[in-house]
Write a protein that binds this ligand. Structure first.
Ligand code: AMP
Length: 411
């Protein structure tokens, strides 16, 4: 089969992992997906699942020393399914890049100058951008002839007005160190807000939407007519909602208090707030299923953690309602938002005066499809829209490199 190439490989490279999906943009379908974990250790593992042709999931274990070896192993697995990276049907590779700063407002074809700019942003994304760059460099060495595109987690939020993006701190200090609110999860907020408009039978430009991306990381955004006007994550993904292991909003004085009173270093405070806080810090668990189970058994710590999580969520719904003025839909997405009916019910409870309500029967339905869960009389729709960041990265990559998306699911 030849003709216009339609396949896009999506790579999400972390410091010790690479997640990948191969999609066919001819029909928006998935051909294969997988994950390489614990790169650099003796116990590395590659799990590969072919998604067409009925092949079974395959695993490799044993040392994978670096990202180059990881991508080589991925290429071998894909080749075994007849989907090799040397195939003329591969149109492009799309890379998830966490931080694009102010420079990258759109998906961007990667060249040496773009690589240098992503590198220049390492001080504001020290954990993520170096890992993303490893994946980019490796893939470029492997297929230097193929268009490669960076899709930035921050890009969707670059439309935020200065009033929302600036912290009220000394302007010279802020600008010298590029301190401002960038926001993250942008690919998901873009996809979900567009899919929500479609669910309502409207164009994205016609609707105002509050998107609640509730996964292990969590963020809210206010989207007016398809453009983000505010989001809850800031300079880093630490700000905003209570998350699995991150505190979200705290008084910044907590940090210097911990330094002065508890003698903690900046790195220790970083670990405390990013890794040992949020739901895990409050009750020892970050999985909402486990927290609900404990609540059902009468566990008070789990119940308090849930209440704190919901209280923060409700504050952001109210705040973004005020920012938008008029809201057409509040949309839940990601692991918790798509699956945890009690979270949706509790977050919307008591907001009837704002035109918000959840229908208990509709909320209880389990489905992979976008759906409205508010009663017909509600002025504002409440919806669940499964996010699909890989499809969105593939779509943006494909369109930027000259492909025409004829059909994709949901958006
Ligand atoms: P994500 O980061 O989007 O993959 O979301 C992961 C989180 O989703 C997990 O930590 C769980 O808290 C939550 N989650 C996944 N499945 C369920 C479920 N069936 N019910 C409640 N929470 C869930």
């Amino acid at each position: 089969m030849t003709g216009t190439p339609t396949r896009v490989l999506v790579l999400n490279s972390g410091s010790s992992s690479v997640k990948y999906q191969l999609l066919d943009m001819g029909d928006g379908g998935r051909l294969a997906q997988g994950l390489v974990e614990r790169i650099g250790e003796d116990t590395s593992r590659l799990a590969h699942t072919p998604l067409r042709g009925g092949g079974a999931k395959r695993e490799r274990t044993g040392p994978i020393p670096d990202h180059a070896a990881a991508l080589k192993a991925v290429a071998e697995e894909l080749a075994a399914d007849g989907l090799g990276l040397d195939s003329p049907e591969l149109a492009a590779i799309g890379h998830r890049v966490v931080h694009g700063g102010l420079r990258f407002t759109e998906p961007t074809v990667i060249d040496e100058e773009v690589v240098a700019e992503i590198e220049r942003l390492v001080p504001v994304a020290p954990l993520h951008n170096p890992a993303n760059l490893l994946g980019i460099r490796t893939a470029m060495a492997m297929r230097p002839d193929l268009p490669q595109v960076a899709v930035f987690d921050t890009a969707f939020h670059t439309t935020m007005p200065e009033a929302a993006a600036r912290y009220a701190i000394d302007v010279e200090t802020a600008d010298a160190h590029r301190i401002r609110r960038y926001g993250f999860h942008g690919t998901s907020h873009a996809y979900v807000s567009r899919a929500a408009a479609k669910l309502l039978g409207k164009e994205p430009g016609e609707v105002n939407v509050i998107v609640l991306h509730l996964g292990n990381g969590a963020s809210a955004s206010a989207v007016r007519g398809g453009r983000c006007v505010d989001t809850s994550m800031g300079l880093t993904p630490l700000e905003g909602l209570v998350m699995g292991t991150r505190s979200g909003d705290v008084d910044p004085a907590v940090t210097f208090h911990l330094k002065r009173v508890a003698g903690m270093s900046a790195d220790e405070i970083d670990v405390l707030l990013n890794k040992k806080s949020g739901l895990v810090g409050l009750c020892g668990d970050n999985d909402m299923r486990e927290i609900r189970r404990r609540i059902d058994e009468g566990d008070e710590r789990a119940a308090l953690a849930f209440d704190i999580y919901i209280h923060r969520l409700k504050k952001y719904i109210g705040a973004y309602y005020a920012v938008l003025g008029r809201v057409d839909a509040v949309v839940f997405t990601a692991g918790v938002g798509e699956n945890a009916a009690p979270v949706r019910e509790a977050a919307i409870a008591g907001l009837e005066e704002l035109g918000l309500a959840v229908d208990a029967d509709l909320n209880a339905v389990r489905s992979d499809e976008p759906r409205v869960i508010s009663p017909v009389y509600a002025r504002v729709a409440v919806a669940v829209v499964p996010t699909d960041e890989e499809l969105e990265i593939a779509r943006q990559t494909f369109e930027l490199t000259g492909g025409k998306v004829t059909r994709t699911t949901n958006a």
